[in-house]
Design a binder for this molecule. Structure first.
Ligand code: UDP
Length: 463
């Protein structure tokens, strides 16, 4: 710990995560990172998807009684859940924050997930600085920030699957945001597209009024977009990722990680296994999952597949998978409900990752030098997938969605052919750059010091 850690010893930061796995992981990692810099940390959390406080005896937890029922926050309509979380929790979180401010005189600031945009109203008049953590890449955040312009120019449609006007233009380039194509513009699928658009508008505006902005990313990935970011968001910005290299995501896992996945990988040859996971929220229909299954079977490659309960719409778990598929692949395939993903990706047996292109998964893969096959479902995933395929050249995007021939061919390219080897070499070079960025004089470490100094400066300047 350096001198600046000691000087910030008695200063408290309040962190306010969004209660979804892909948001909880980076926020809890950031909590640990800032704690290691000497700050005292308090976490505000919802009753829904609460972090496991017993894993963090060094942090303080404060429940916000937002009054939402399990039913209201079920993930079938994510924009609706986001809307509810942001409207129903303003009063209770304000009250909670007010009490904390009354009982603690060491509070420096609050760091909120950008998606908890209600925090702008929550802190109003409370005299406290607000910093925003955006848990996605800079490139995808800029795509969100540019949506009003794209909508004006006729590129944006709120539901990728149901807009006939734009169907014929799906592959057209978007000149305002190269290398994106129309189909890559981030969408939030909702029964009510207006709600989705409003949420994105609030996300961007809520961020613009923050005192500072943190990203879980690093400049080697984002350099060309940084001037554009500074133009849109003029506050101090800190790129201190990848967070999971400071602290693992395992302790913030909301589901139990099945460690038998690691024992199974131990029995496999180096670089031979394709790891398949579509994250914590994505859902697919039975037809798509059947294509996935046959693509895996026909590729003849070993695989470890995370079939999360809820991944297949209308199924408890594996009932909708063809019996024949389970029989054929029983000797070279292993299926779990949830895996210790970070450990899986760093296992020597893993040679490729078929991902839904969620930002945490992408970063975790990059840091282990694992080439990717990219699918995407919603939100920033389409942008991540395009960047992996076209800009970073770290993987192959599945252009046709879920179609068994394309899947089989992509798996062979990544796992067997020379193309996979080239991608692997590029991925390993980037992995080394990440390691450099995390060294004491590396970019992420320096940026973390800057953030620490920035937060410490609040006390003297007042809110
Ligand atoms: N994850 C995990 N086990 C799994 C699948 C995913 O621990 O079987 C973790 C993964 O390491 C990542 C997070 O869940 O940190 C998923 O976040 P991401 O941004 O990739 O996708 P999301 O779930 O938000 O769509």
């Amino acid at each position: 710990m350096d001198d600046r850690s000691k000087s910030s010893k008695t200063r408290r930061i309040i962190l306010f995560p969004m209660p979804f796995q892909g948001h909880m992981n980076p926020m809890m990692q950031l909590a640990n990172i800032l704690h290691s810099k000497g700050f005292t940390i308090s976490i505000l959390h919802h009753p829904y998807n609460s972090p496991h406080s017993s894993n963090y005896p060094h942090l303080a937890f404060h429940l916000i009684p937002d009054g939402l029922s399990e039913d209201q926050v079920s993930i079938h309509d994510i924009p609706r859940v986001l809307h509810l979380l942001n409207t129903e929790c303003i009063g209770p979180s304000r009250e909670c924050l007010r009490k904390l401010l009354a009982t603690h005189d060491d509070i420096e600031c609050i760091i909120t997930d950008a998606m908890m945009y209600c925090s702008k109203d929550v802190v109003e008049d409370l005299g406290i600085h607000r910093i925003v953590l955006r848990t996605s890449s800079v490139s995808s955040f800029l795509a969100f920030a540019t949506l009003p312009l794209l909508q004006e120019k006729g590129y944006y449609y709120s539901d990728h699957n149901n807009n006939n006007n734009l169907e014929s233009r799906r592959d057209d380039p978007v000149p305002e945001l190269p290398p994106l194509r129309v189909k890559d513009i981030p969408s939030i699928q909702s029964q009510n597209p207006d709600v989705a658009l409003k949420i994105i508008g609030n996300l961007v505006q809520g961020t613009k009024t923050a005192s500072g902005l943190i990203f879980n990313t690093f400049p080697d990935l984002e350099e060309p977009n940084l001037p554009n970011l500074r133009e849109h968001f003029r506050m101090p910005t800190f790129l201190i990722g990848p967070f999971h290299k400071f602290f693992s995501a395992a302790s913030s896992s909301l589901l139990t990680q099945d460690r038998s996945a690691i024992s199974w990988l131990d029995t496999q040859k180096p670089d031979s296994v394709l790891y398949v996971s579509f994250g914590s929220l994505a859902a697919m229909d039975e037809d798509h999952v059947t294509e996935v299954a046959w693509g895996l079977a026909n590729s003849m490659q070993p695989f470890l597949w995370v079939v999360r309960p809820g991944l297949v719409q209308g199924s408890e778990w594996l009932e909708s998978l063809p019996n024949e598929f389970l029989e054929i692949t029983s000797k070279r395939g292993y299926i779990v409900k949830w895996a210790p993903q970070q450990e899986v990706l760093s296992h020597p047996a893993v040679g490729g990752f078929w991902t839904h292109s969620g930002w945490n998964s992408v970063l975790e893969s990059i840091c282990e030098g694992v080439p990717m096959i990219c699918s995407s479902f919603f939100g920033d995933q389409t942008v991540n997938s395009r960047y992996i395929n076209d800009v970073w050249n770290l993987g192959i995007e599945l252009e046709k969605g879920f179609e068994r021939e394309e899947i089989e061919s992509a798996i062979r390219k990544i796992m067997v052919d020379g193309e996979g080897q080239e991608i692997r070499e590029r991925a390993l070079r980037l992995k080394e750059k990440v390691q450099g960025s995390l060294k004491t004089d590396g970019f992420s470490s320096q940026s973390l010091n800057d953030l620490s100094d920035f937060i410490s400066s609040f006390k003297s300047s007042g809110a």
